[in-house]
Design a protein around this ligand. Sequence first.
Ligand SMILES: [Zn+2]
Ligand SMILES: [Zn+2]
Length: 136
Amino acid sequence: MKIDGACHCGTITIEGEADPDKTQICHCTDCQTGTGSAFRVSVPVSGATFRMTGEPATYLKTTADSGNPRLQAFCPRCGSPIYSTTPGDGVQQSYTVRVGILRQRERFQPKKQNWFRSALPWVTSLGGITSNEKQG
Ligand SMILES: [Zn+2]
Ligand SMILES: [Zn+2]
């Protein structure tokens, strides 16, 4: 399906095509650090359909858990994570886009959880925590 989205401050916008069934959670410790949160939710977007306005800041990180170097892209102004991809010049084959920046994020329900061995112990019991419809 068609997707579009933007970082928190609007400097970076993206669009492309993504399959909601490919939505994944990553609980690895690098994703916890890189998001500043408990886990990362991402979906692949093919390079052939991926379009972006604005210039993200990037850094190359070889994650301790997988051993693969990944180029991490984020907004240089607001810090929102945008995507990760393979290192190299030009258009890459696939961009792993962060679901939280998508306007259609509700349609992207994760189908798989990776690196669950480092998942924070409370993530499977969110339903048991006091829930407020708005700020509590
Ligand atoms: Zn931004
Ligand atoms: Zn990860």
